[in-house]
Write a protein that binds this ligand. Structure first.
Ligand code: LLP
Length: 427
């Protein structure tokens, strides 16, 4: 069930009309549904049975959202000291936090160790030695997983495919055997296990099955080499549906509907393979939990027709959602009030001075006019976190809806914020 829906042709989130939020707080604005976050998390948790779910903060790290997830029993998957800091301040306990990433600064390693987080996921032979050294200097033992690059094509956009051998992530499996062996001999690391993450927005189960089988074989190989591990971190990557996210008679229906990965199917295929190892299982989903729980609401500023195009110019731009510019990603766009039966084809664009500043190209949409509110669906993941101040645009506010209630969970930036860290030189 989707917690965004039309009631008498007006878009609601849970018990709140979207128009009301837009009128009270202005646009553009991000709106999230607590019921949807909870539903997504529970579905995943029930499917993945006894596994530990570490929510990938990179998808959306608003502290109010993190608090909901930590109360539901999630841990935190982080990729920077900044994310560790946010996690620690949003309800996650240190022992529920993992830290991945190919380029951890020494200070970040130190920060992770000083805070006694659950694990550091090692991405190169050199990093292993550095982590051991820093741990020694702090008189600590670093719990680690070693990220192996299984060379598996995740069949997703190349920019978010991370498990093929040309990608910067993880260590080549053959080379990694020695890294695992080495880890068991170092004084200040405790080897917990193996980490893989093959990519994001993966909608077919096959690449995951391939990865699980790879891990099973790899653990046997490790054992032959005298290395015993206790944990498997399988990464994240479960894809969601972007097309026809919301369906209504007055909305155009996109043919070639895209798929989403059913978490039950995912679990039924993956768990029996990984469970054979007797290891504790960890997953790091981000998008699946938060993507369809968030939208961006904007306003039509102008409509303009050229000889070859219709443009709908809105106050939502690449600064609020970079995914279309970066990956040509598809997001469904719908009016808040469905007043028109007429469908037009238009480029839906923002005010930023870049041709790549579009949220949709040649998109079928019910006719809208100046002043109408419109919504970008499925924008809860990799939306706000990738926002910017480009063109000196203050970042929007964020609202969390819970039943009939709604809460401001981040204030809109002001013009003063745009200058806040700048210093005027005397020259
Ligand atoms: N674990 C690791 C090591 C990751 O690198 C990622 C995502 C995740 C977990 C979470 O993946 P998810 O379950 O959300 O697919 N900006 C892109 C997505 C980049 C994903 C980066 N890594 C987008 O907007 O599609």
């Amino acid at each position: 069930m989707l917690h965004f829906y039309y009631k008498s042709d007006e878009l609601y989130c849970e018990g709140v009309p979207i128009r009301k939020i837009a009128e009270e707080f202005g646009t553009p604005i991000y709106i999230y549904s607590k019921a949807q976050i909870t539903q997504n998390f529970e579905l995943l948790k029930n499917s993945l049975r006894n596994s530990k779910i570490l929510y990938a903060l990179k998808a959306n790290s608003n502290p109010s959202i993190l608090k909901i997830l930590s109360k539901l029993g999630a841990g935190a998957d982080t990729v920077s000291a900044g994310e560790i800091y946010i996690a620690l301040n949003s309800g996650f306990k240190p022992e529920e936090i993992s830290f991945a990433g190919v380029g951890k600064y020494d200070d970040e390693i130190k920060f992770a160790l000083e805070n006694d987080i659950f694990s550091l996921n090692i991405e190169s032979p050199q990093e292993l030695l550095i982590v051991n050294e820093i741990a020694k200097s702090l008189n600590k033992t670093a719990r680690i997983l070693i990220r192996v690059n299984p060379d598996i094509n995740a069949q997703t956009h190349p920019y978010i495919s991370t498990g093929i051998k040309t990608s910067k992530f993880g260590i080549d499996p053959n080379e990694a055997i020695d890294v695992f062996k080495k880890a068991t001999n170092l004084t200040n690391v405790e080897l917990l296990g193996i980490h893989t993450h093959i990519g994001s927005q993966i909608v077919s189960v096959e690449p995951f099955v391939e990865t699980a089988e790879f891990i099973l074989r790899y653990i046997e190989k490790l054992e032959k080499n005298g290395v015993k591990i206790s944990h498997i971190d399988f990464g994240g990557g479960l894809g969601v549906k972007y097309k026809n996210a919301i369906v209504n008679d007055k909305l155009p229906f996109e043919e070639n509907d895209d798929k989403e990965l059913n978490p039950e199917l995912f679990a039924n295929e993956i768990l029996p393979i990984l469970e054979k190892t007797g290891c504790e299982l960890i997953f790091e989903p981000g998008r699946f939990i938060i993507a369809n729980a968030g939208i961006i609401v904007g306003k039509v500023l102008y409509t303009k027709k050229s000889k070859v195009k219709n443009f709908i110019i809105t106050d939502i731009s690449m600064t609020e959602l970079i995914r279309p510019a970066l990956y040509k990603a598809y997001h469904q766009i719908v009016p808040v009030i469905l007043k028109s039966e007429e469908i037009e084809i238009a480029d839906i664009v923002g005010p930023v001075c870049e041709t790549s500043d579009f949220i949709a190209i040649d998109r079928k949409i019910p006719s809208v006019s100046r002043g109408d509110y419109i919504v970008v669906m499925t924008a809860g993941a990799y939306g706000f976190v990738s926002s910017s101040n480009y063109n000196a645009r203050p970042r929007p506010a964020e609202i969390l809806i819970d039943g009939e209630n709604y809460y401001l969970i981040r204030e809109r930036e002001t013009f003063e914020d745009l200058l806040s860290k700048t210093l005027m030189t005397k020259i």
